[in-house]
Design a protein around this ligand. Sequence first.
Ligand SMILES: *Cc1c(COP(=O)(O)O)cnc(C)c1O
Length: 374
Amino acid sequence: MLLLIPGPVTTRPEVRAAMAQDIAPWDNEFRPHYIDVRDRVRAIANAPAETHATLALQGCGHFGMEAAIRTFVPAGGKILIPLTGQYADRLVKLADDCGRVAVPLAIPQESPLAPAAVAAALAADPAISHVGLVYSETSTGVIHDPAVIGPVVRAAGRRIILDSVSAFGAMPLDMGAQPELDAAVFTSNKCLEGMPGLCFAVARTDRLVECAGNAGSWSFDLSDIYANYQRSPGGFRFTPPAQVMMAFRAALDVFDAEGGQPARFARYRANADALFEGMQGIGLMPYLPRAVQGPIVMNIHAPADPAWSLQGFVDALKRRGYLISNFYNTRLPSMRIGCIGAITPEDMRGFVRAADAALTEMGIRNRAPAAKAA
Ligand SMILES: *Cc1c(COP(=O)(O)O)cnc(C)c1O
């Protein structure tokens, strides 16, 4: 079965095999692996060792984003969240639930965030210290480039917490050149093609030290994780999913062998292009115009035909060896397909043939986009 979902993604056999062992995470043999992973992740973010560190935390991406918000935004502090889609909505909830004040910024969701909108919102409220930005908005597939938004935030003397969960490793990131970035957060199981269970933040060490005591939570305190590194290099504070870490290390080997971020980006872009053209070729319509369609995830309009059912389509695809999301992410009904993971443009073309056969089997004649809200 190929997982064509935006995480957890299809992985390679050598990544899965690296998990098949018992590991004592506090043993001296494990520590160097963890130190190695931290250094390699920092390098992917183009973050120098002198100024940045990688912090790993048990759990999923939301845990990492909550930890970053708690650590860098003081209790009661304000964080501007451009409403790029469902993942931005989640940042609003995460921030509010941990006693920070989310300031939502309504924006058009089907185009990249305009820096001028962010600049105006920051100018209007000097009490906002941070911007919470979703790099690749997984609900829409639109990319909101921190290299484009960063300069206006830096000019306003504010800081960014970056949700790069579905971007890191595939989209470029130059943290060394963007000092306004407090942290970039991501997980083991998206564009780096590992197993789920770990999240990471690459963060500035000066800010980690400055922000000690902010978190109001021991579990979700990146400053405390950093302090623990000084006390115990290669050590975790609490039991880590060590097997996930070993699989992630194997995934980094695959990543390096492929050619790093530029090669990963190129493969995902080719996957997305093959999908875009293939879907058009079978009479379906991508949700976004090609110019704003990112390489990570793609929504395709569901057909207007009365025989359409998303779950029916998902089941028909599963019988053919492909798994896609079974819920709607968009205002008009659509199918969501991930272009990331250990998959190739050839896999995408196979998927398009399976989708064509599934629609025929379902008796769908009218493949024009459905016009009524999901
Ligand atoms: C996947 C994802 C997350 C995190 O999801 P978890 O289920 O908590 O791992 C956060 N932000 C974006 C943009 C994502 O795609």
